[in-house]
Design a protein around this ligand. Sequence first.
Ligand code: HBI
Ligand code: FE
Length: 286
Amino acid sequence: MILRQRRTSDRPDFTIDQDWSSYTADEHAIWNELYARQRKLLVGRADDALLEGHDALNLGRGGIPNLEKISDELEKMTGWRVVSVPSLVPDDVFFRHLANRRFPAGAFIRTREELDYIEEPDIFHDVFGHVPLLTNPVFGDYMQAYGEGGLRALKFDRLKNLAALYWYTVEFGLIETPNGLRIYGAGISSSLKESIFALDDPSPNRIRFDLERVLRTNYRIDDFQESYFVIRSYDELFRATVDTDFAPLYDRLSDGKRHAPATVLAGDQLVHRGTGVYARERARAK
Ligand code: HBI
Ligand code: FE
């Protein structure tokens, strides 16, 4: 496997060949270690759709998944394919892939030194965290609608708002189930520590999802979230994107009013009002 900093794409859609045969035995072992540890932690914490997606795509078969093979199986289920990219790609490229039911997954895997947390989306974050939910038809529809919305948002210069929607749902979303709150966001489900913090810690707020509220809310990229948003179903997410007339919403958002991550508004429906202790301790430690 060529070291990730040297993998670049010379294609307009930023894809690269996964070059599956070039992964080393140690890289396959890192995937196996991450998969076993995280999957054990998530039973009882992650939403069934995520766990069922792992099984439907047989991601625990051993070794880093071959994305061509995974894509052939996934495409039969919901029309999605997974394409390899070096790492983050430009927003418009990212949205265009999603709008065409192609999920861009990092081709590299983290090192043992970065096992618990990594800044860039590696293949474990993307294929363990994001891809399994694409086996769920409604979530797959939401992700395509998000991509189409993203391309539209670029025209209205509303990217910052739309990025917050992705962040608080696809990356850090929680869903309410008859058995309690469960994780569906990939930023949580691929993180050892945040998989515990997001559900168990009294510090963060847990607020019922509201589209305009989320579009206005800033987020942390360097630490656990100070607020999580809770949906009742993936259909709620999908309906929010397809039933909303975004033109008047974007007009309202042009007032630029945004909320800090820890804010609780009078209009918020709270599942849990956070104590904020974790965030205050982190701020003091700085
Ligand atoms: N590129 N590969 C990759 N993965 C992402 O999650 C990603 C991206 N580019 C842009 C992006 N996410 C976000 O900025 C958008 O959600 C706005
Ligand atoms: Fe991600």
